[in-house]
Design a protein around this ligand. Structure first.
Ligand code: ADP
Ligand code: G6P
Length: 476
């Protein structure tokens, strides 16, 4: 294999921004990868001209050479079928994902999964060590790669290493269940700066480092015995706000939004849900709440339709299969009981769409319903706000999404409380345009000021500013 050019900025993420797929005619092709991490980082990397290390999403031992796709320099890391099962579906998404999301599902702990996690993290670290130029900045992303910072520092002490966790970081009471808790904490401490979505997550981490690893800490700083300080700080992530707004303003999107409305029978109100099909997103509860409002006659089919778009996700993990079946049964039941010919109560699409179609859906939707049980940030909520340049539309948002800390003017709900959610959906439905405008204007200000470029700039500036040494005595 030829060695790729050395880069001054290297992103290391489990996924590349594109996925290797097989086109309908059997030929190989690249498709945009799912999820918020890619949405957020892609515009950053476009502006920065660095290299992106990640898995191309295939599980067939393909070993691709580094390549340039749509202007991005991509360096694939291969995974065997067994690693996909044990590292990705297993430890990453069967252990860490539910554990870090408040045990919304039950995490499983398997020693073979952990071994695979260590091995795959080592492969990513080795690749980053090979690609990073002298003194480069390496920015490691998310829960799948928490051991990479330390593994990388061991090989390349010359690097500036940042880590960003896109999902919540749990309180000590939950994290402490993890049999490998100390290794994970020490893995992360290889970074100079560790970024979290919210200040509470950063505080959870610092507290755990103090109690479980025994390092001295003060506020957001951890003092390592070897004289190196580590900072743990919140950097709430965002989107390319201006890019989304521009897309939403385009003629094609406006036309498509009208078409969508007409195809739905021109109802007074379109409710919209857009998520990866994930049990943390609260899709089942929100559809149940809507179904009950129709059943109880609080909403009429002439007035209201719910469009739920769910991107297929992690389909070989059992919890995700169960969720898909449950949702399909619920949608079938609600439509069977209450729908009329040409007028289903819920329009359910189990597909992924291009960004233009997403923008058209956001433009068409009168009420956006985002109800996760727990979510690091939730970029869908911000995308909706970015697309509402008309200062209209209502956002119903879970208190347990990171975005709720910023989008205070949304109609906030507790997704565990179905009656409360029903009441809030009705309140948003009944709100007049003055009220909707007041709230949307305030939220738009927030999302326009804090876009993803600012997020990356803040993180990279703070990463650069972490001192190489501290002069604290580390005796406790
Ligand atoms: P997560 O990262 O957990 O999936 P986020 O809400 O933070 O959740 O980010 C989801 C991203 O995926 C958003 O950028 C959203 O536009 C995109 N997305 C979600 N559902 C779809 C879909 N059906 N088709 C295309 N993109 C989608
Ligand atoms: C979330 C995670 C990302 C992940 C994405 C899609 O946004 O924070 O790390 O890439 O979901 O999930 P997937 O398992 O398909 O990569």
């Amino acid at each position: 294999m030829t060695s790729p050019a050395q880069a001054d900025l290297v992103i290391v993420a489990n996924r590349l921004p594109v996925d290797r797929v097989t086109a309908p005619d059997g030929s190989p092709a690249w498709r945009r990868s799912p999820g918020g991490l890619v949405t957020a980082l892609e515009p950053v990397m476009r502006a920065e001209d660095g290299a992106w290390i990640g898995w191309p999403g295939s599980s067939d031992d393909d070993d691709f050479e580094p390549f340039v796709e749509d202007g991005l320099s991509l360096i694939p890391v291969p995974m065997s079928a067994q690693e996909v099962e044990e590292f990705y579906e297993g430890f990453s998404n069967g252990t860490l994902w539910p554990l870090y999301h408040d045990l919304v599902a039950k995490p499983e702990f398997h020693r073979e999964w952990w071994e695979s996690y260590v091995a795959v993290n080592q492969r990513f670290a080795d690749k980053a060590a090979q690609v990073a130029a002298d003194g480069a900045t390496v920015w490691v992303q998310d829960y799948q790669l928490q051991l990479v910072p330390q593994m990388l520092r061991q090989q390349r002490p010359d690097l500036r290493i940042g880590f960003y966790l896109h999902i919540p970081f749990p309180p000590a009471e939950l994290f402490s269940q993890l049999p490998w808790r100390r290794q994970i904490l020490e893995g992360l401490l290889g970074a100079d700066l560790i970024g979290f979505q919210l200040p509470g997550a950063a505080a959870n981490f610092v507290r755990l480092v103090r109690s479980r690893v025994g390092h001295k800490t003060h506020r957001d700083t951890i003092y390592l015995p070897d004289g190196r300080p580590v900072k743990a700080t919140a950097f709430p992530i965002s989107i390319d706000t201006a890019g989304f707004e521009e897309l939403a303003r385009s003629e094609g999107v406006e036309r498509r939004a009208k078409e969508i409305r007409e195809a739905l029978g021109d109802p007074r109100c379109i409710f919209l849900g857009v998520d990866r099909l994930d049990y943390t997103k609260g899709i089942y509860s929100r559809l149940r709440a809507f179904g009950e409002l129709i059943r109880d006659g609080k909403l009429d089919l002439e007035d209201a339709v719910f469009v739920q778009v769910a991107t297929p996700s992690r389909e070989r993990v059992e919890q995700y299969r169960i969720l898909r079946d449950d949702i399909e049964r619920l949608v079938g039941g609600i439509n069977g009981d209450h729908g009329r010919i040409g007028r289903p109560a819920i329009s359910y699409l189990h597909t992924s769409h291009p960004r233009e179609e997403m923008a058209a859906l956001y433009r068409a939707a009168d009420i956006m319903v985002v109800t996760p049980f727990r979510d690091g940030m939730n970029l869908v909520a911000k995308e909706y706000v970015a697309c509402r340049f008309d200062n209209d539309g209502a956002l119903v948002l879970s208190e347990f999404a990171g975005a709720a800390a910023e989008l205070r003017q949304a109609w906030l709900v507790n997704p565990y409380d179905i009656d409360g959610m029903k009441a809030m959906l009705l309140e948003a439905f009944a709100a007049d345009s003055k009220e909707r405008g007041r709230r949307m204007r305030a939220m738009r200000k927030t999302v326009l000021q804090h876009d993803v470029a600012k997020w990356a700039e803040d993180f990279l500036r703070d990463l650069e500013a972490v001192p190489e040494h501290h002069d604290k005595s580390v005796r406790r």
